[in-house]
Design a protein around this ligand. Structure first.
Ligand code: AMP
Length: 283
């Protein structure tokens, strides 16, 4: 069932809660692919009722990013959700979520701001304000749906860590369920933004996963020194890649690691054909 308004969604949720049913939420920006579907599948298995939100959240896009051209495929998304056993697709308009007005400005809208230590690095460094937008919209969705469980992909690992921190710091009564990264057989992590790439771009994009897999192999062979592990990346890079970062950080706190261990995540971001791609791997 497709619902566009907060009021209608709340009524449905209230009914389910009265019946003592557990509710799972899968927040997405749509253009659904197998990565999203893995979250949805997990939710359908675990919860009595599954709600998938499809909302291209304007306040998490920075100026100059792809807000306008971001793929919007609601009809296909709806069909995929129905086939997967989703009970509600919640697809509000920006006006429904934020009202009219100066939505991009925190002069006019209450924001949820994650701690600086978590956002001054990795994607937060180049996408200033991005995680404010993410935390604000996810907090709103949590308030609207009041789910028992919410499912997020490890593909966006910094986001997952920040949202876990938000839930803990603000005592939000929801359990965050992390879900593993789904990849093409080539290794490329699925992403709605892969649609922007040409065939050549998709081949060039394989460098990201190759770098991560190779680092994991080297780590498993006993190389722990981060500087040495980072140097292994250069063999995979050429002038079709603009590397933004390759960093080793703690899986919960995002503190930098100089010697890799089993709590280390390797994060990578690079532009290919001017498309910004991210990936990560746990050591
Ligand atoms: P998005 O629509 O890009 O905001 O993503 C919605 C959710 O799907 C987020 O929790 C993402 O981390 C997750 N997701 C996106 N791509 C993948 C993937 N390849 N594997 C697992 N989860 C993913």
């Amino acid at each position: 069932m497709l619902i566009n308004t907060i009021k209608e969604l709340r009524e449905q949720v209230k009914n389910w809660k009265k019946q003592g049913l557990t509710i799972g939420l899968v927040p997405t920006m749509g253009a659904l692919h197998q990565g999203h579907l893995s979250l949805i599948k997990k939710c359908v298995e675990k919860c009595d009722k599954t709600i998938v939100s499809v909302f291209v959240n304007p306040i998490q896009f920075c100026p100059g990013e792809d807000l306008e051209k971001y793929p919007r495929t609601l009809d296909e998304d709806k069909k995929l959700c129905e086939d997967a056993g989703v009970n509600i697709v919640f697809a509000p308009s920006p006006k429904e979520m934020y009202g009219e007005g100066h939505i991009l400005s925190n002069d006019f809208l209450t924001y949820v701001i994650p701690p600086f230590f978590y956002v001054d690095k990795l994607c937060g460094k180049s996408r200033v304000g991005h995680f404010d937008g993410v935390c604000t919209v996810v907090n709103k969705l949590f308030n609207i749906v009041q789910p028992d469980f919410a499912f997020f992909g490890e593909k966006d690992r910094q986001q997952l860590i920040i949202l876990k921190k938000m839930v803990k710091d603000l005592n939000i009564p929801v359990e965050i369920v992390p879900c593993p990264i789904i990849r093409e057989t080539s290794g490329l992590a699925l992403s709605s933004r892969n649609k922007y790439l040409t065939d050549k771009g998709k081949l060039d994009a394989l460098a990201l996963s190759k770098i991560l897999f190779n680092i994991k192999i080297c780590y498993n062979k006993g190389i722990k020194d981060v500087k040495a592990l980072k140097e292994t990346a250069y063999a995979f890079l050429n002038n079709s890649h603009a590397l933004e970062y390759l960093e080793f950080r703690d899986k919960d706190t995002l503190e930098e690691k100089f010697s890799a261990d089993n709590n280390t995540i390797v994060f990578i971001a690079a532009k290919v054909e001017n498309v910004r791609l991210i990936d990560n791997i746990a050591l």
